[in-house]
Design a protein around this ligand. Structure first.
Ligand SMILES: Nc1ncnc2c1ncn2[C@@H]1O[C@H](COP(=O)(O)OP(=O)(O)OP(=O)(O)O)[C@@H](O)[C@H]1O
Ligand SMILES: [Mg+2]
Length: 432
């Protein structure tokens, strides 16, 4: 009896009449048995061969086509295990391949796209930031390489243009500077001319007045001395009182004489004896004259004389007078004491010997500064002031082809600088 529902029988006995021949493919079955084991069933029908029906030991009917079936079940567990192993290997291989592919793709993108684009962006930032010497590395001949080349060309052109602009700006500022310098020079010359004109007319007047006063003044002085001498020979009542009055006449006449001398110097009528002089010696002589007065006034004096100072062509007495004027003015600006520096120096470029007189006094107000060299200008209330000190000093320095300048900060102090041309022979020797 055949169990038609058994899986080995089903293939042939599913129909009402059993199949006489089973396809080769249908003979094998892949199934799980009741225990769940994975099996491969292979069956083969046993055909009724003539020997089977004819031989004496057999009882098979010759008309029966199929005598039975050989059915072998093979376990597929080792095959499944192998397949699972292969699948796992394949999975790892695929994962590795994916990682390798991704890394290669990222590296490729980084090298070929990201890096050149990043360099290009960095380059534009640097150029925008003003670094026009920056050039991009050209690594390839593709579009990015072309872009880098164009970028470098453009940057070089911008740099060239900038250089040209800077050169033009440089030339322009030089021209402007030159124009400014020349304008300042013209203004200075103009001021000097105006001042010279003014001084010339004041000078002429001063000279005339001085000459006119000089003779009678000399007479007054001489007669006052004569009368005084005679008076002292006689024992007259009130002799001493009269003698004192005559001495006053003599003293005041002398003061007038000084004033006349100053006027003559200012008007350039006074004789001047110029010869090569050591500026240090002249300055030191002037310092000795006021040293005591400065000490009395509690003024701390610093005398700084430069070594190897070339000689200057000058009238020593007149230059001494200039330095005296400056030092006396400085002391008058420090009634409660202070510091006074008198220094000599050599200006190599201008070939001038110079004296600086710097005080820590009251300073000169801005509105007063332009007038200090004017004759008869004074801010001092003392009746005996003539306001000729700086005018005479200016005139003397001008006669020596020198320069006198002033810098002052109200409340802090004043510095005067007198510069005189060094003696030509000495200068050329000293300069070498
Ligand atoms: N070192 C200084 N500090 C401050 N002011 C000064 C100084 N030197 C000059 N001055 C100013 O310049 C003015 C002119 O000086 P200048 O020597 O010609 O005349 P003076 O000193 O006033 O009078 P004089 O010298 O005839 O006695 C002074 O009155 C003063 O206002
Ligand atoms: Mg003075």
């Amino acid at each position: 009896m055949v169990d038609k529902s058994a899986e080995q029988c089903y293939a042939c006995h599913a129909q009402s009449a059993p199949l006489e021949k089973l396809n080769r493919r249908d003979r094998a079955r892949d199934f799980h048995d009741k225990q769940g084991e994975h099996l491969l069933g292979v069956m083969r029908p046993i055909d009724n061969a003539p020997e089977c029906s004819r031989s004496a030991c057999h009882v098979h009917d010759a008309g029966q086509r199929v005598l039975g079936v050989i059915d072998a079940d093979l376990s597929l567990a080792p095959v499944d295990q192998q397949i699972a192993q292969n699948q796992a290997t394949l999975k790892w291989f695929l994962l590795g391949a994916m990682i390798f592919g991704s890394v290669t793709a990222v590296l490729f993108m980084w090298l070929v796209v990201y890096r050149p684009v990043k360099e290009l962006i960095d380059g534009t930032h640097r150029v925008a930031g003003g670094d026009l010497e920056y050039r991009l590395p050209v690594r390839s001949d593709d579009e990015l390489g072309d872009l880098s080349r164009s970028f470098n060309r453009m940057t070089a052109e911008v740099a060239g243009f900038n250089r040209m602009t800077a050169e033009v700006a440089g030339v322009q500022s030089k021209i402007e500077e030159e124009v400014r310098r020349k304008t300042a020079e013209l203004e200075r010359v103009h001021k000097t001319l105006l001042r010279s004109e003014k001084m010339a007319s004041i000078g002429k007047l001063a000279a005339t007045v001085a000459h006119e006063i000089n003779n009678p003044l000399f007479g007054i002085l001489t007669y006052a001395r004569l009368v005084l001498r005679e008076l002292l020979k006689h024992n007259l009542p009130a002799r001493d009182e009269m003698a004192e009055q005559l001495q006053t006449i003599e003293r005041e006449s002398k003061r007038c004489g000084e004033l006349v001398k100053n006027l003559l110097t200012f008007s350039r009528q006074a004789p001047s004896h110029r010869e090569p002089n050591d500026l240090n010696v002249v300055v030191h002589r002037a310092v000795l004259l006021v040293k005591h007065k400065l000490e009395m006034q509690n003024i701390e004096l610093t005398e700084s004389l430069a070594e190897g100072l070339p000689q200057v062509d000058c009238d020593a007495n007149q230059i001494q007078q200039v330095i005296l004027v400056l030092m006396v003015n400085a002391s008058e600006a420090m009634p409660k004491g202070g510091k006074l520096l008198v220094a000599t120096e050599f200006d190599d470029a201008a070939e001038q010997g110079a004296v600086r007189v710097k005080d820590s006094g009251s300073g000169i107000p801005e509105d007063v500064l332009p007038r200090i060299f004017d004759p008869f200008f004074t801010t001092k209330e003392d009746q005996n002031r003539t306001g000729l000190g700086l005018a005479v000093a200016h005139s003397i320095v001008e006669q020596h082809a020198g320069e006198i300048s002033v810098r002052s900060t109200p409340g802090e102090g004043t510095e005067f600088r007198v510069a005189l041309p060094a003696t030509a022979a000495v200068t050329s020797g000293a300069g070498k």
